[in-house]
Write a new protein. Sequence first.
Length: 375
Amino acid sequence: MSASIAGSTVPSRYRLRHSTLPLKIAAWVAVGMGLVTVATASADAGLSWTLAFILPLFAALATYTAAFFLLVPRLALAHATLRQVRKHQFEDLEAARIPKGDELNALIWQVYRTGLTLEKEIQELQRVESHRRDFLGNVSHELKTPIFAIQGFSETLLDGALTDERVNRTFIKKIYRNSIRLRNMARDLAEISRIETGELQMTEGPFTLQQLVREVMESMEPLGDAKELTLTYDVPPGLPPARGDAERIRQVLINLIENAIRYNTEGGQVTVQARRDGDTLRVEVADDGVGIPPQHIPRLTERFYRVDESRARNRGGSGLGLAIVKHILSAHGQQLEVDSTPGMGSTFAFHLPQHTRDAPLLTKSPARQTAPTSS
């Protein structure tokens, strides 16, 4: 059952148990009416004393009835909604979504909007807190493996293996490899923190993709040679200059090419291509390695997410490379595109705007982001 009130419908369950407001209003009306009628009767204006007492009572009763049905349900609704908001209970919040009418309806509408805003903020805080717990758990898990490895090999060496030429050099190499992994993880965590807090400044300007790709590929040659991979690039010399932060795009290319090398097989190939694509320049990093199952692709840019936990750790990645790529591209207003077939390889691509004199400026520092990111 509902009561129609000032152009709105308020569920009848919203009733104040002890509402004194209608009684107070009725009492004031009775007092005012009584004073008028008594004054009129005293002035011998043809109003009898009996009527002088009855009229205030009828006026008070009519006022009480009107106040009870016009005010009490809406006051009860506002009271109940505020109580639910205070207790962070938003299941019945829609009951306060009533049409705008008089001032009281407007007040209830504001209470409803306040509840919606608070509900969204609480959900966001819960999401961030869940993300924080997951992140701390992932960091702890990722750190334990290399730390325990370093500790175990060091203890073995101290217990006598240091003088055993059959194993000492192998153990020292493993200690060194795990220390490099810790260094890379610390570097990438610092980079992620700088990007997400907006401390990493983006320096916009024109740059030549051909030169940048050549420099990156030359720096990656020792890593490719170690796995007997063929590294090639195809960037037309007449390609117009790109616009963005050249050093950050360099970091994007390094991370993508490192991944392509890391998850490739011996004798494979890694290719970097760039070409015009409408008003933008498309850059692709392709490999013919192990590939990625389609169900894993949406989560590749989450921090510490790995398609194959044991295999990824053995390959030495920090689990943060694609997270950094995602943030840098986002600061450029671009997204990372992934196309992969298991057993046949993967292609990672992104776009950059062509440099023009009247091109709009980039944001000088990337926006703070709380969404999960990595790989």
